[in-house]
Design a protein around this ligand. Structure first.
Ligand code: SF4
Length: 417
């Protein structure tokens, strides 16, 4: 493919992922009915701020008219803002474009069940069921033991980009114990009740199981077997379920498959090449290892077949200064990895890396954008060459909020120009 620019909705999504939205009254008001953003909007001193607060809640996800889903980032310097209100609808406006170019958008709503309580009086919003568009993510054991493990220099073995797996007070209500796969019956009961109500809403098309990792991958497999059994008690195979664990040993894969507990698997390799993997994911490298990780993915392809085995990648973490790579080198390495994985029948999914430390130098984001665009165009060509399609049961454009593959696959022009 000779094109080197994304077009259409994929282009707009990419721009909005980077530009974000600046505050408007409409954006602030929309938060009342929208699925809440994990990151509030923080006003900058130079910014006009009619709220009198330092930060406010904003919606998490917006949707274009054609269904494209986009994560919202608050950015006081963005050229984009939102106008409108809930009854008349919302439009997206760019400072340098005429008003006739306004785009209709919607915000992902806050579902009714999220404001309710379980039978034992617990908030359903904390019961381990969350939503990304039409995907329900089940996470009843978010604590990752890699945070507790240390290397010889006393550094944590967690993945360098991970901000969500810390086993702390925030997640103590799940009753998870370090080193143990089992969870309290009450945790599962709350999750089942909440998932039942979420499915009854009628919008969920995919279910994705995740959890923190255990240093013993067999125990991690045991945990996922239990979670998948509990989930299938509610789902009863009406909606596809994917296992988003770490790589698992063959015996556990076989059990997941034989019991027909999941329809797809996704073991996140995160980065391509063993040197990068060992630096970015030191826990995964120590307790599983790069080659065993890929072997486990290959074994999964033998069991579930092509199109059902995925690996999420943190696209752009390679641009962190410590790796000393230009964006072109990083993109070339990632594309090489995409080709290798595709040749093995494993489908990588590239989620845009968002630097935790807030690299606010504009040049950093320019390089990240150039990298992500080049990678996505090259990977689109590879999917076509290897005749690999992202299975609709696994994910689609209605849930892919930080990824472009599903948007590009459904674009007639292929997203390039
Ligand atoms: S395995 Fe890595 S990415 Fe996953 S929760 Fe643990 S530290 Fe975070």
């Amino acid at each position: 493919m000779s094109s080197n620019r994304l077009t259409g909705s994929a282009r707009l999504k990419l721009d909005l992922m980077f530009d974000g939205l600046r505050y408007s009254e409409a954006l602030g008001a929309a938060a009342a009915n929208a699925f809440p953003n994990y990151y509030p909007y923080r006003f900058q001193p130079h910014e006009k701020n009619p709220t009198g607060k330092q930060s406010i809640d904003i919606p998490y996800l917006m949707r274009l008219e054609d269904g494209t889903l986009i994560r919202i980032k608050g950015n006081p310097d963005s050229p984009w803002r939102v106008m409108g209100e809930v009854e008349r609808g919302y439009t997206l406006v760019h400072d340098s474009r005429p008003q006739r170019d306004e785009l209709s958008i919607t915000f992902e709503p806050l579902p009714g069940w999220m404001t309710e309580k379980t039978l034992d009086g617990f908030d359903k919003s904390r019961a381990g069921v969350s939503l990304h568009g039409d995907m329900a993510v089940i996470n009843v054991a978010p604590g990752c033991d890699y945070f507790l493990e240390k290397d010889n220099d006393g550094r944590s073995l967690r993945c360098t980009f991970c901000a969500y797996g810390a086993p702390n007070e925030r997640i103590s209500h799940f009753g998870q114990q370090a080193g143990h796969p089992a969870l309290p019956a009450q945790t599962y009961a709350r999750m089942r009740e909440t998932l039942h109500d979420a499915i009854a809403d009628g919008h969920i098309r995919h279910i994705y199981l995740v959890a923190g990792s255990l240093p013993d991958w067999q125990l991690e497999g045991d945990r996922f077997l239990s979670i998948a059994r509990e989930v299938q008690e509610v789902v009863r195979h009406r909606i596809p379920v994917a296992c988003g664990s770490g790589a698992l040993p063959s015996a556990q894969l076989q059990r997941l498959f034989d019991e027909q507990l999941v329809d797809a698997v996704c073991f996140n390799l995160e980065v391509w090449s063993e040197p990068l993997f060992s630096k970015v994911c030191p826990g995964k490298q120590k307790f599983v290892g790069y080659h065993r990780w890929i072997e486990s993915l290959e074994r999964a392809v033998e069991l579930w077949g092509e199109g059902r085995v995925y690996s999420a990648m943190v696209a752009g973490v390679e641009l962190e200064p410590e790796f000393g790579m230009s964006w072109q080198e990083a993109a070339d390495l990632a594309i090489q990895g995409a080709e290798d994985l595709c040749a093995r029948g494993i489908i990588p999914i590239y989620s845009l890396y968002w630097p935790i430390g807030g690299r606010d130098h504009p040049d950093y984001f320019d390089r990240l954008l150039a990298y992500f665009e080049k990678l996505n165009l090259a990977y689109l060509a590879l999917r076509r060459r290897y005749a690999l399609q992202i299975w609709e049961g696994f994910m689609c454009h209605r849930c892919a909020y930080m990824q472009l593959e599903c948007d590009l696959d459904r674009s007639p022009a292929g997203g390039g120009e």
